[in-house]
Design a binder for this molecule. Structure first.
Ligand code: TYD
Length: 139
């Protein structure tokens, strides 16, 4: 991975003739206390979501159904991931600008978050994000 801190997580999967079940458990495959879960669905074709960064929030993105593309930008490098497997998650640390697009029909994108919703944890302005990336790197 060209961006530090991102981790692909392969969830424990139990499969039998009844289908598959995956387990997400704090301390086993999720490194933070999950304080919030949200999911996006019924996304019209061609739409883009995200386009923000977080000051402190850590997240795990999972394609529960269908697929989408997650592009991450740490202010220096960009990397894109296609998520299309409900038994896999992508851990995203703080301070990454994210863009989510290329949603398939019937996509369900679920996100586990380390904090409750806080509007002041967001950067909505890319230039402000970049300014703070550089500032943090100088410290
Ligand atoms: P938004 O940040 O635009 O979604 P995305 O990250 O997919 O681009 O969120 C849409 C609205 O929902 C916005 O008004 C904030 C609100 N919201 C909450 O109230 N709680 C939450 O946990 C989230 C993720 C969003």
């Amino acid at each position: 991975m060209s961006i530090n801190g991102i981790k692909r997580i392969n969830f424990n999967k139990f499969s039998d003739e009844r289908g598959n079940i995956c387990f997400l458990e704090r301390g086993k495959n999720i490194s933070f206390d999950i304080k919030r879960i949200y999911y996006i669905y019924d996304i019209p074709s061609g739409k883009t979501r995200g386009e923000h960064a977080h000051k402190e929030l850590e997240q795990v993105f999972i394609a529960l159904n269908g697929s989408f593309k997650l592009t991450l930008d740490d202010g220096y490098n960009k990397e894109s991931f296609i998520l299309n497997d409900p038994s896999m998650g992508l851990y995203i640390p703080k301070m990454l600008w994210r863009t989510v697009d290329d949603f398939s029909a019937n996509c369900i994108c679920m996100v586990l978050a380390s904090e409750i919703y806080k509007a002041d944890d967001y950067y909505h302005d890319y230039n402000e994000f970049i300014k703070d990336v550089k500032k943090r790197n100088e410290q």
